[in-house]
Design a protein around this ligand. Structure first.
Ligand code: RIB
Ligand code: CA
Length: 311
């Protein structure tokens, strides 16, 4: 059975890895892409998306989405990921040969869901600004989606603050809107992504594929692992590919029902995903939260997918 996917993304290297694995997975079909500001301003994330599309020769329409959060001032991850959020230790993505598809990414998502009621799974890998804006513009949208599968939040430590993960921290109001929309939702937070690790051995394995695309991807993977190296660690958590792995190999994960709320007021806790697992006794469940992953098996799956995507 094929799962129809709408990808909302803020490329970012790990978004690129997730997109490539999605394209390479036989049971997943990409209906469209909306780009959001996040890792870097929209001008960078959109340019990265169009350059990724050009490198791979993909033809799925890529739409520009929202360039600023619902309420707060924009924040980015450029301090960690560099100006373009696409750091490399060598080769760079080619210049884009395609333009963004006509129409705003929010309207494109709404139109795609209305064209296939109940058939579309939304894979959200960046701040949830596009998704929340779509829900506000189209009150019928939540009921039209089969599910939302997202990388964001955490059941424990944050990465941007002590308790907030970047995608949620970048637009907490949007995240609160999405978790409260009543769509079946699966959350892949930092807690589970930190069980899926990538290191020099994976850089070597990608280079061993022997193609120009693989060398170019490996240069970016090397820079991504470099984030961990600079912190004295040998491995970096793999974020955005993790929900794609679940879509393809759910048996490699365990998930638990929970009620997830997003803190909006706390001076120290704004952007925290507060996960109540005592459901339904203490709260109505509104999500399934990924709690465990077989990290080595996920990376073995990922290397097989990258071999197809980078051929
Ligand atoms: O916290 C990790 C998330 O923030 C990932 O989606 C990464 O691409 C950045 O958007
Ligand atoms: Ca992302």
């Amino acid at each position: 059975m094929t799962t129809e996917i709408w990808l909302d993304t803020d490329p970012g290297f790990d978004d690129w890895m997730a997109w490539a694995l999605l394209q390479a997975e036989p049971g997943l079909r990409l209906a469209g892409v909306s780009v959001v500001a996040g890792n870097a301003p929209l001008r960078h994330t959109l340019a990265n998306a169009l350059r990724i599309q050009t490198l791979h020769g993909w033809t799925t329409p890529v739409h520009a989405g929202c360039e600023r959060p619902l309420v707060q001032a924009p924040v980015t991850a450029q301090d960690v990921l560099g100006e373009s959020a696409m750091a490399t230790t060598g080769r760079s993505l080619p210049p884009a040969q395609a333009q963004a598809a006509p129409g705003h990414g929010v309207q494109a998502l709404i139109d795609a869901a209305r064209a296939r009621p109940g058939q579309l799974t939304l894979l959200a890998l960046g701040p949830l600004t596009n998704v929340a804006t779509a829900f506000d513009a189209a009150p019928d949208l939540p009921a039209l989606l089969q599910a939302i599968v997202l990388m964001g939040g955490s059941t424990d430590r944050g990465n941007t603050t002590a308790v907030a993960e970047f995608n949620i921290h970048a637009d907490p109001e949007a995240a609160a809107r999405v978790f409260g929309a009543g769509v079946p939702l699966v959350m892949f937070g930092l807690n589970v992504c930190r069980q899926v690790l990538v290191g020099d051995e994976h850089v070597r394995a990608v280079r061993a594929l022997g193609t120009e695309r693989a060398e170019l991807f490996a240069d970016h993977l090397d820079a991504y692992v470099g984030i961990a190296r600079r912190r004295g660690a040998a491995h970096m958590a793999v974020y955005d590919p993790t929900p794609v792995a679940w879509l393809a190999r759910p048996e490699l994960f365990s998930v638990a029902p929970a009620h997830v709320d997003v803190e909006l007021e706390g001076r120290l806790t704004r952007g925290m995903t507060v996960c109540e697992f005592r459901v339904p006794a203490r709260a109505r469940p509104n999500a399934r939260v990924a709690m465990a992953a077989d990290g080595p098996a996920v990376m073995a799956w990922a290397l097989q997918g990258l071999a197809r995507a980078l051929a």
